[in-house]
Design a protein around this ligand. Structure first.
Ligand SMILES: NC(=O)c1ccc[n+]([C@@H]2O[C@H](COP(=O)([O-])OP(=O)(O)OC[C@H]3O[C@@H](n4cnc5c(N)ncnc54)[C@H](O)[C@@H]3O)[C@@H](O)[C@H]2O)c1
Ligand SMILES: O=CCCC(=O)O
Length: 503
């Protein structure tokens, strides 16, 4: 494992006007918080200040909600085709400016630039996908049971939507919500994450240039007032829908708060993904899949493998080959050429990772590689780590680590491993590698998760429905189902129909 210097590396944007300091985007205009307050955003690699952003409060958020409500009648009355053209234009601008978007992602999130470019493309793809869905949102005609009745359904936009997103995908978690919301004809107020607001603001600037009508997309930024802004978005009766991506704990709180006005909800919450390798798997493919799933964004994705179960017959071989791959990682600043893995987002994340490693070691887990902080790089770096002989009593078995620690659990039988995999309270993604067709069906059906990867460690695709079960939440993003989260189905019954032809 190679450690690469993480000294200050402020990027130069091709289009510097995408970098918005001290302003949020409300009603088609850039403005500071009414209080004039700002908060600081730091590069998680170097700790250096990137800049300051508007510290929006309850009043700013209410103004944004009002703007979204005023824009709603005009926007909902556009045809799906008109909304598709707006989304297409926004998509094209995202692609044209993808280098700059990626630079902002790396700067404020820390992920390697190559990964950030991947995220910029992934983020844009939700505008492309949902632009294509916008004109194809059909209702049904339903054969009534009551004679003379005719029944239709039509799809209508739910209204003003509150969107709250996390820092781990500063662009894609926003576009995955805004794309379908606009396709459906909704207007939005998005609270960007305090750690990564600049990417969100750059996307808003591109919305402006794409001709998104004023008030349709509003972005508020805050750090200190996060809970208060969240309370407005969940309790204001003008907001009809809340879509949240983040931790299960905050998701439960927002669900409770939203009950006062019974909002339509989508909750994309935490995971603790099992990754199972059966004796009959292609070991090279399983190792590659586990590396991709476990260490993507240094383990900071909700679908990262958290518990890697390997069948006894291939356990030692898998552990050896997996550790060799980890040894070849280059950890450092995301802008350094050749960096494969960046830092964690902040000190709290590092502390959790360290606690999981210590807990595992104290319960018999053996370190195969890593296990230490990397102060020579900066305070947010932790060595990519592999621990063997993991057991179900370890914290890593029951909690999402959200960091670069791979715990390898041995198992004997298919039944044992599925029981262990399903013991988690959450159920977002699950993966397994096997070449036995019948086992593939049995296990895919038995896993209690919303998404299963069979012989792959990567699931994300705008065409696929993304979402969980159990305490990973509810609702689906992406795919043909994604738009329904922002729609209501209205039924219309026509009585007195079906008379004989008049002569
Ligand atoms: N299921 C998914 O699609 C998905 C995707 C990405 C991340 N996640 C989950 O997100 C978590 C990591 O993100 P995080 O640490 O930023 O989570 P978090 O829940 O702390 O924060 C997520 C967002 O909620 C905001 N927030 C926090 N407290 C709030 C409150 N009281 N009111 C309103 N907003 C509040 C944050 O500012 C941020 O914008 C992990 O658990 C991960 O699995 C889930
Ligand atoms: O972190 C969660 C989202 C990851 C993804 O969409 O691939």
């Amino acid at each position: 494992m190679v450690a690469r210097s993480a000294s200050t590396m402020a990027p130069k944007l091709k289009n510097p006007s995408l970098l918005k300091h001290d302003v949020c985007y409300i009603d088609g205009e850039w403005k500071g918080a009414r209080s004039g307050k700002t908060f600081k955003v730091n590069d998680p690699c170097s700790g250096d200040l990137i800049g300051t952003c508007a510290e929006c409060d309850v009043e700013d958020t209410k103004i944004a909600i009002r703007a979204a409500a005023d824009a709603f009648p005009g926007f909902r009355s556009k045809t799906g085709r008109e909304r598709a053209r707006i989304l297409r234009k926004w998509y094209e601008l995202m692609v044209e400016n993808s280098e700059d978007i990626a630079k902002l992602i790396t700067w404020e999130n820390g992920k390697p630039f190559a990964d950030a470019k991947g995220e910029a493309a992934y983020a844009a793809s939700f505008f492309e996908w949902f632009g294509e869905e916008a004109p194809r949102s059909y209702g049904d005609t339903i054969p009534a049971t009551i004679p003379g009745n005719r029944v239709w359904t039509i799809k209508e936009p739910v209204g003003v939507c509150g969107l709250i997103t996390p820092w781990n995908f500063p662009a894609a978690m926003i576009t995955r919500k805004v794309g379908p919301a606009l396709a459906a004809g909704c207007t939005v107020v998005c609270k960007a994450p305090g750690e990564t607001p600049y990417t969100a603001l750059a996307i808003a600037e591109l919305a402006h240039r794409a001709g998104v009508p004023k008030g349709v997309v509003n972005i508020v930024t805050t750090l200190e007032n996060t809970a208060k802004v969240g309370e407005v978005l969940t309790t204001d009766p003008t907001v009809k829908k809340l879509s949240f991506t983040g931790s299960t704990a905050v998701g439960k709180l927002l669900t409770k708060q939203s009950s006062s006005t019974l909002k339509k909800l989508s909750m994309e919450l935490g995971g603790n993904a099992p990754f199972i390798v059966f004796d009959d798997a292609d070991i090279d493919a399983a190792v590659a899949g586990a590396i991709a799933s476990k260490f993507r964004s240094s383990g900071q994705t909700c679908v990262c493998a958290n518990r890697i179960y390997v069948q006894e017959g291939i356990y030692d071989e898998f552990a050896r080959r997996f550790t060799e791959k980890v040894a070849a990682f280059h950890v450092g600043h995301g802008f350094k050429d050749g960096t494969t893995h960046g830092p964690l987002i902040h000190g709290r994340a590092v502390a959790k990772v360290e606690a999981h490693v210590k807990d595992a070691q104290s319960k018999g887990g053996k370190l195969l590689i890593g296990g230490q902080k990397m102060p020579e790089l900066g305070s947010n770096f932790f060595q990519p780590t592999v621990i063997r002989d993991a057991t179900p009593d370890m914290a890593i078995a029951t909690e999402e680590t959200f960091g670069p620690v791979a715990a390898l659990f041995p198992f004997k039988t298919e039944k044992d491993v599925v029981d262990m995999a399903n013991r988690a309270e959450v159920g977002l993604a699950g993966y397994f590698f096997s070449r036995d067709l019948q086992r593939v069906h049995r296990v895919a059906e038995a896993l209690e998760v919303g998404m299963v990867g069979v012989n792959t460690g990567i699931l994300s695709d705008p065409a696929s429905p993304f979402g969980g079960v159990k305490e990973s939440g509810f609702g689906r993003e992406g795919s043909k189902y994604g738009i329904a989260e922002y729609q209501i189905t209205k039924m219309i019954t026509f009585g007195g129909m079906g008379q004989p032809l008049q002569s």
